[in-house]
Design a protein around this ligand. Structure first.
Ligand code: FES
Length: 81
């Protein structure tokens, strides 16, 4: 079963960083050729806007995510695991 990354695409999260984060994830997938491993999908607002931008990886929610933190999380999860 592929790993699943869900990116909140509600207007608050999107404006606060998930537009860029989505691009970061896509570049990470391309760079490491993980398109068969990772399923990337968008979410509607998950009613947690104040903690956004929010991203969910395999059921774990990460809050206040900016690109640098996101890359650390992705590397830990998919490269160094
Ligand atoms: S827009 Fe992401 S939680 Fe509301």
């Amino acid at each position: 079963m592929p790993s699943q990354i869900k990116v909140c695409m509600g207007s608050s999260c999107f404006a606060r960083g998930n537009a860029k984060n989505l691009q970061t994830i896509q570049e990470f997938i391309d760079k490491h050729q993980l398109d068969a491993t990772i399923e990337l999908c968008g979410l509607r607002c998950c009613n947690n806007c104040s903690k956004g931008p929010n991203i969910n990886i395999d059921g774990t929610e990460y809050n206040n995510i900016e690109s640098g933190t996101l890359l650390d999380i992705l590397e830990k999860h998919y490269i160094n695991s």
